[in-house]
Design a protein around this ligand. Structure first.
Ligand SMILES: NC(=O)c1ccc[n+]([C@@H]2O[C@H](COP(=O)([O-])OP(=O)(O)OC[C@H]3O[C@@H](n4cnc5c(N)ncnc54)[C@H](O)[C@@H]3O)[C@@H](O)[C@H]2O)c1
Ligand SMILES: [Zn+2]
Length: 372
């Protein structure tokens, strides 16, 4: 095991923060967190699946050793916890602890815990500090950084939320050892997405290293997460609130992905990262069809995702069907479709993504038909 730690900065002026990445970092949680706490009080939020691992106890122990008065709150595991009722329960439980504005909320978990606890921190006493300790690969390379927090509505996912940047992100690569392989693969889709958007050298490296990453090599995991997050951190620093279009690049593959998820019913049948792998494959195909991306580059991307064990054709997804018509309708309903214009992040080759408006529906339909 390696003891090396990488540190990344998210350059957001007075909201700037550090991301620490390394194996076994949870053990130093108290010490590292201690540097950002405004008061030695923390509320750790986690979920019931994680509660069964040693990680919450481990984190609580190091906080206590560092002299932090820490309290733990547990929410049910799964997407359903990103709800108004869970938010209410969480906020009332926090207030019952007589918290003050200098308290820090610590989200220990995947994207569900991070989004829910982050949003609770954004509104508790009009906003308290929060720290992300992401425990899924998806949360480690994506949701823990960037400040998007929130819950779902019956009208759609993530429709109620706030921008609330964490004060610190602590990534312990060891926690991935407990993660089900399927969740690891799903998170990997978001990891490689950042290479597809902006970093061809990272993709070259991942082609060589991915087997080691999946086999649990902590140095490879640390470097892969660091390089992938560096891209997300840079894009967030350039366009914190998605106003200039740069941050929209992070949605590569996502217009398709959201449509697949809508048709699959947002359940266990198709995980978000799995939908992103399908979506990125379609985005590459559409880019080739529009003459933007060399076919060989799209093929390299598809081969890579396939080798990881991610579905690249919709028929590989069990118990779900994705008719082109249904996908097109779902895309029209997506909040990211501006005034009915079909806007996509497309690829000009691996490492070169760009936003395109007014993509002809006929080309989109042709890509979906070719996969069906
Ligand atoms: N805020 C953002 O910018 C952003 C970005 C992407 C995704 N998201 C959100 O993230 C959520 C998905 O996150 P996710 O994929 O991490 O899902 P998740 O939080 O539901 O975690 C997946 C599963 O793994 C379990 N788990 C977590 N860590 C574990 C570990 N170390 N060992 C064993 N089991 C573990 C969880 O209990 C859960 O069952 C979605 O709600 C999505 O909307 C947010
Ligand atoms: Zn995503």
């Amino acid at each position: 095991m390696s003891s090396e730690i990488s540190v990344l900065q998210v350059a957001l002026g007075e909201r700037a923060y550090e991301i620490h990445i390394g194996a076994g970092l949870l053990g130093q949680g108290g010490e590292i967190l201690g540097r950002v706490l405004r008061q030695p009080r923390a509320i750790v939020v986690t979920d019931q699946n994680l509660e069964r691992t040693r990680h919450p106890k481990h984190l609580m122990e190091t906080l206590t050793r560092a002299g932090v008065d820490a309290h733990m709150l547990v929410v049910p595991a799964g997407e359903a916890s990103k709800s108004m009722s869970q938010l209410e329960r969480l906020l009332e439980d926090m207030l019952a602890l007589n918290v003050e504005r200098k308290v820090t909320v610590v989200a220990l978990g995947g994207g569900v815990v991070g989004d829910l606890a982050g949003f609770a921190a954004a509104v508790l006493l009009r906003g308290v500090d929060f720290v992300q300790v992401p425990t899924t690969l998806l949360a480690q390379v994506d949701s823990s950084v960037g400040g998007k927090t929130g819950i779902n509505s019956r009208h759609g996912k993530n429709l109620i939320g706030a921008f609330h940047q964490p004060r610190l992100v602590l990534v312990d690569t060891d926690v991935l050892d407990d993660l089900p392989p399927r969740e690891l693969r799903a998170g990997y889709a978001e990891l490689v997405k950042h290479a597809f958007i902006r970093d061809p050298a990272l993709f070259d490296w991942l082609e060589e290293q991915r087997a080691r990453l999946f086999a649990g090599d902590s140095d490879v995991r640390r470097e892969a997460i660091h390089r992938s997050l560096a891209i997300k951190a840079a894009i967030v620093a350039e366009d914190e609130r998605e106003t200039t279009g740069t941050r929209a690049l992070l949605n590569f593959g996502h217009t398709f992905a959201h449509a697949y998820e809508a048709l699959a019913g947002y359940g266990e049948g198709l995980l978000h990262g799995e939908a992103v792998a399908l979506g990125m494959t379609r985005a590459f195909e559409l880019s080739v069809r529009l003459g933007l991306c060399p076919a060989a580059e799209a093929e390299r991307a598809r081969t890579h995702l396939d080798a990881v064990g991610l579905a690249v054709r919709s028929r590989e997804v069990r118990n779900a069907i994705f008719p082109a018509e249904g996908l097109l309708e779902a895309m029209q309903r997506d909040k990211k479709v501006e005034a009915k214009r079909l806007t996509f992040v497309l690829s000009h080759g691996i490492g070169k993504a760009a936003l395109h408006r007014d993509v002809p529906e006929a080309d989109l339909r042709a890509v979906l038909d070719a996969d069906a």
